[in-house]
Design a protein around this ligand. Structure first.
Ligand SMILES: Nc1ncnc2c1ncn2[C@@H]1O[C@H](COP(=O)(O)OP(=O)(O)O)[C@@H](O)[C@H]1O
Ligand code: SF4
Ligand SMILES: [Mg+2]
Length: 332
């Protein structure tokens, strides 16, 4: 069976060029170099049709960069992205463009992703008309149906973004994404900015939509409790690299990578309510100058000499894969 989404060794580098003053300072002898961040480093995983895959990791580990590459909003530096077997790595090719429409992204902050001068009717209807999913005559009905799908009254069509609450705006963002009939949604911290009570409602909406519209999700979140609740499988990232991939239950019951273990150790489990990342002991190293070998070694209680030298391979046992020398011959 082909996966719906497949990433093969996908990387994204950001180069930071020196500005005029820095170039001059370098000419005068300052030790300044152009820097490069490996925001995403050879990421490989698949998402099956109908699945919800959670993507977790501390701030700055590359989650949004990865999501934006899948959505075609950011070019890939290396590697390959396939959707339903079609290579969509180059977002500009005609076939990729057609497939990309099936992939939509829902952002964290609906206020900044909605045009404040447009009415909801136009925000939702515009792309649908442009892509021929409805026409000028029927667009009002089309918008009404979408508002109903996301649990809003049709009167909202005449409102502007500032006339709504955060939760209502996020529902508009979801309706706008649904307007082009996507099959795959990337939710990037889509509930993080909302009040806790509203978060639960929006999560329920995502689950209802999954059932009613056969949607598949890549669900990016720093909130482990939410991911445990909604995801079928979880991908854990650390400093641009995927360190563990496993079914949700297996990951939460028996995390294998020391980083995942540290993350879960910080989380009060069972009935304690919110499960948000606390800081794992030790500072996150600078992504501009990551530690050699296993990026996690300065914070890892199990680190040995090999960890400072060799990049761990990802070893798969059954449906659980881990990139740690402990699972691949030891750390000596
Ligand atoms: N447009 C950009 N230009 C330069 N660096 C970037 C850009 N976007 C992200 N980065 C860097 O890439 C790394 C990963 O960022 P991001 O994908 O936003 O992480 P996350 O979503 O997990 O918090 C960070 O070090 C960030 O500073
Ligand atoms: S490879 Fe070594 S440093 Fe990295 S997580 Fe495993 S034991 Fe820790
Ligand atoms: Mg992010």
């Amino acid at each position: 069976m082909t996966a719906m989404l497949e990433l093969n060794g996908v990387s994204r580098r950001f180069e930071k060029k020196l500005d005029g003053v820095e170039r001059l300072a370098r000419r005068l002898g300052a030790d300044l170099r152009e820097t490069c961040v490996n925001a995403v480093d050879t990421a490989s995983f698949t998402v099956a049709r109908g699945e919800v895959v959670g993507l977790v990791g501390e701030s700055g580990c590359g989650k949004s960069t990865l999501g934006r590459m899948v959505a075609g909003l950011l070019p890939v530096s290396d590697g390959e992205i396939r959707f339903e077997g079609i290579d969509i790595t180059d977002a500009r090719s005609a076939r990729a463009r057609e497939k990309r429409l099936r992939i939509q992204m829902i952002f964290q902050d609906p206020m900044s992703s909605l045009n404040p001068r447009m009415k909801v009717a136009d925000i939702i209807g515009e792309a649908a008309v442009y892509h021929g999913l409805t026409n000028r005559q029927s667009v009002a009905d089309y918008v009404d149906q979408l508002l109903e799908k996301v649990g809003l009254d049709r009167a909202f069509a005449q409102r502007y973004p500032h006339q709504m609450s955060g939760g209502q705006r996020q529902r508009i963002g979801i309706a706008r994404a649904l307007a082009v009939k996507p099959e795959f949604l990337i939710c990037d911290e889509s509930i993080a900015a909302l009040d806790v009570s509203i978060q639960a409602q929006v999560i329920n909406l995502f689950q209802d939509l999954r059932r009613d519209l056969d949607l598949t999700y890549l669900f990016i979140s720093h909130d482990l409790g939410v991911v445990e609740h909604i995801a079928d499988r979880v991908v854990v990232m650390y400093l641009g690299r995927i360190v563990e991939v496993a079914p949700t239950e297996a990951l939460f019951d028996g995390p294998r990578h020391p980083y995942t273990q540290a993350l879960l150790d910080q989380v009060p489990r069972l009935g304690a309510g919110r499960q948000v990342f606390r800081t794992v002991k030790g500072e996150i190293p600078s992504p501009l100058n990551p530690p050699p070998g296993c990026h996690f070694h300065p914070r890892c209680p199990m680190a040995g000499p090999r960890c400072r030298r060799d990049v761990p391979r990802r070893i798969t046992e059954g449906d659980h894969s881990t990139a740690c020398h402990l699972h691949d011959g030891g750390t000596e």
